[in-house]
Design a protein around this ligand. Structure first.
Ligand code: FCB
Length: 457
């Protein structure tokens, strides 16, 4: 296979999030977040760990920017911790908290690395959870105020904004499946939460545009390529449902199409809706949510192959997910399926036509550590990334306006309910010493970025 060249201005970057890397959870006026609280629930996090220290990025951000510079990255996607910005019990701005991000942004720009700022990557202030969290519309309003504060302070220098990371995780994983903070199992609460997350996106976009003229704003969704396990009618039907639950419930309202009617009907039958039906949707909300954006961020890890199983109607979503037996898996138990990335991107382009797309996350958890010489030979991660870059290239050749690719993650970090058991980094972190060592995949990525192309031999 020949060398595959990417478009000249294609952005190559890496991604992280605040709670997963920063540590310093009690410093400089940061208030408690729902993840601080959730980590302390026995059994909630696989290894009983917390983000208290994580990668100590709060104190080591300069070193981490130098690492990115060394790797030649063009862009860095990170998130702002809401609990660092707004003080307990009110909306007084905590300037000490904002300062970290202000200095980080300056340092990135000095090193020619374009900051992509995510406003909400799951660390809700606990004080807002105590008032209902995302189930409450007021949290959406607070989020828009928070977006105002951050974009006001950073908007002169930050020109790329992502309102939310993965609303499906915030709402369904947090309020229905309960694997993420706040750990609830309540369908009506989850659907109301999803709505308020999307609504706050719609409110935040114009605020950011006002505070940060000339900037580009979008949202990052976790999306799967979904296919039926067989051509049978029952499997196709299960596939429609899973796609609605995972992808369309978020994509459709963001693109001006209302919530998908088939899913509203399914949820009504299953008893998932609040007693008043879709009563959390008020007049005008759908117009707000459908605000025009500049790009869609896609977090892609794997596909879902869906089989119909005999499950009670209120457990429809359990009609997933079988995977071809010959598949390869990462340490997370996620299937390696690069073709799905290309298929997903082509579908998004065909069905939703976002003006521009970024892969805002893609990467793999493998546990290769340093050998006797301190070398980390993570050949499987390198192959995973290469195959997904090839898939992205194929999508670009098919006309998809894909403008950049952010590898998850710059460095090993706190992987939510899996704690420190999963290493997604292209840079190894020794959690005892906080030493960072670029893995072989990082050096390979460096050469891809430098050449703007990949060789597929
Ligand atoms: C995504 C999250 C990110 C990270 C990766 C592995 O769902 O956005 O924080 O945990 O998965």
């Amino acid at each position: 296979m020949p060398e595959l060249s990417f478009p000249p201005r294609f952005l190559w970057g890496s991604a992280t999030s605040s709670y997963q890397i920063e540590g310093a959870t009690r410093e400089d006026g940061r208030v408690e977040s729902i993840w601080d609280r959730f980590c302390r629930v026995p059994g909630a996090v696989e290894d009983g760990s917390t983000g208290d220290v994580a990668c100590d990025h709060y104190h080591r951000w300069r070193e981490d920017v130098a690492l990115m510079k060394d790797l030649g990255l063009h862009a860095y996607r990170f998130s702002v911790a809401w609990p660092r910005i707004l003080s307990e019990g009110g909306w007084r701005v905590n300037h000490a908290g904002l300062d970290l991000y202000s200095r980080l942004v300056d340092e990135l720009l000095r090193n020619d690395i374009e900051p992509f700022v995510t406003l909400y990557h799951w660390d809700l202030p606990q004080v807002l959870q105590d008032q209902g969290g995302w189930v409450s519309r007021a949290t959406g309003e607070a989020c828009a105020e928070y977006a105002d504060v951050v974009s006001h302070h950073l908007g002169d220098r930050v020109k790329n904004w992502i309102t939310h990371n993965e609303p499906w995780c915030t709402s369904i994983l947090g309020y229905q499946i309960g694997r993420h903070a706040p750990g609830l199992r309540d369908w009506p609460a989850a659907l109301a939460s999803a709505h308020h997350v999307l609504l706050s996106h719609g409110w935040a976009v114009p605020v950011i545009r006002t505070n940060s003229p000339g900037s580009e704003v979008g949202i990052a969704l976790n999306l799967k390529h979904v296919e039926p396990a067989s051509p049978s009618g029952a499997d196709s039907e299960a596939c429609r449902h899973f796609d609605g639950y995972f992808n369309r419930w978020f994509l459709d309202p963001l693109h001006g199409r209302d919530y998908p009617a088939d899913m509203v009907a399914d949820y009504a039958v299953a008893g998932h809706l609040p007693s008043g039906g879709m009563s959390f949707v008020r007049p005008g909300d759908l117009e707000t949510i459908a605000v025009a954006t500049d790009f869609l961020g896609v977090n892609y890890y794997d596909r879902a192959v869906v089989r119909s199983q005999d499950v009670p109607e209120d457990q429809n979503e359990a009609r997933t997910v079988v995977v071809a037996p010959e598949s390869e898996w990462t340490n997370m138990g996620w299937e390696v399926y690069p073709d799905g990335l290309c298929q997903l991107l082509e579908r998004l382009h065909r069905e939703y036509r976002p003006p521009k797309l970024y892969i805002t996350e893609n990467g793999a958890s493998y546990d290769d550590g340093p050998d006797g010489d301190g070398i980390i030979d993570d050949e499987r991660r390198q192959r995973y990334l290469r195959d997904h870059f090839v898939a992205a290239h194929r999508a670009i050749s098919a006309g998809v306006p894909l403008s950049g690719f952010f590898v998850w993650s710059l460095m090993d970090n706190f992987e939510w309910d899996r704690g420190y058991t999963q290493r997604f980094g292209i840079v190894w972190v020794d959690y005892d010493t906080q030493k960072r060592i670029p893995k072989r995949s990082a050096r390979w990525y460096q050469s891809v970025v430098a050449r703007g192309s990949i060789s597929t031999d």
